[in-house]
Design a protein around this ligand. Sequence first.
Ligand SMILES: [Zn+2]
Length: 443
Amino acid sequence: MILDRLLVLEKKISMWFNTWLGEEPLINTFGHTDYITSHLHMTVKELILDNEWNISYEVQPYINSSLPAISGEDDKMVWCDDLKGHFTTSSATNKIRHIKPVLHWPSKIWKPFMHPSITSNIWKLIQGIFVDDVKRVKQGYYMVSKCCICKQSQDSMEHLLWSCNFSKSIWQWLGNIFHFNNPISFDDVFNFAKHKSPIIKEVWLTTACATLRELWFQKNKMFFENVQPNLNRFKSRIISLVHYGGYKMQGVRWHQDYDYQILQYFNVPGKYNTSNTIKESFWYGPAEGVVLFCCDGAAFGNPGNAWFGIITRSHDCQVLGTISGGLVVTTNYIAEVMAVVCAIEWAITLSCRNILINSDSQSVVTDFKSGNIPLFIKARWLRACQYLYEILYIHCYREINFSADSLAKEGARLNLGERIQHAGRPSSLSNIEMPDTIYYRFC
Ligand SMILES: [Zn+2]
């Protein structure tokens, strides 16, 4: 027996002390009532008769959420902290470690095209590993603070990087090249080139990070070696750093003057994307006696609101029916898995025995083939499979699974658990896949 949640200990899941219903053992919710005290050793197995739930009226008050599906399989031990119930050292480590919030910026600066000496210094700047007057005052020094570059404002890293007159003229110069405003924070640096070509993103990040590092180093040079700041020398240094950084950049350029001018300015070669090819794909109906279920699931955000769509086709390519459904907030992967399980359950109500499941998610198809699917739905899937003779899982390209995709999008306006089901082809479905038609995909 596999229950949706937990685990099984030698066929003895305790009714009261194991977590099998809801998020915690029932004893935590109800405490030691008279009934529980007199039935302390009760097991979940006692509630099951012929693979169906058989709840007596005395137990009824303790069942406060919907009961999990019973698959009829043998008991097995599962690890609750993994989606698929597998124990891994990494998930165990995750469970016991102290989890700090995920930082968004490290992945933005540790890039293969950036020189490690630039990245490591930006890392120090963001982490606050530097000394400025603000820090020294905090440490208890009494001092008159003055920026040693512009000599007009108090010294701080914030001022030095973003609002010192010298820095502002450098950002102004770069802003004229890239057509950006002056950045005033690291977030600006990371976001400015968001909608530019891959090579421009790399050039901008290298330029901005090299500038930040040089602004910091320049202060040290002035402070310790009395080397006066010089705008032209500074600009030449940035141009040369970006030029040499260009040898490690892999991004492609777009066919536009903007890319051309910037790459030309920094003397970075940049290559055009020549690997785009268009391939032909064909859609085929199922063999005679087999019913095809094309499934698609989608989530807006990952995780986010999710929905799914299923279209079923007979061997002569007729549309037998469609379903669009809304799901809880979940990931794309779970939405795809739910679509497949719902298709199999639907196949039973349609009295199909041999079915073909089409999904455009390769990982979902692989997982269903090996039975390695998320635990919370596994019992439902196993139970449904018992009613069918044969299920084949096939991966198909997105470009020939568009009718399921548009049905899934219809589900976007539905609430959790709501479904729209049609017998035959709904009028809203204007396009369906047909054999002998060439479909194209870019790869
Ligand atoms: Zn200044």
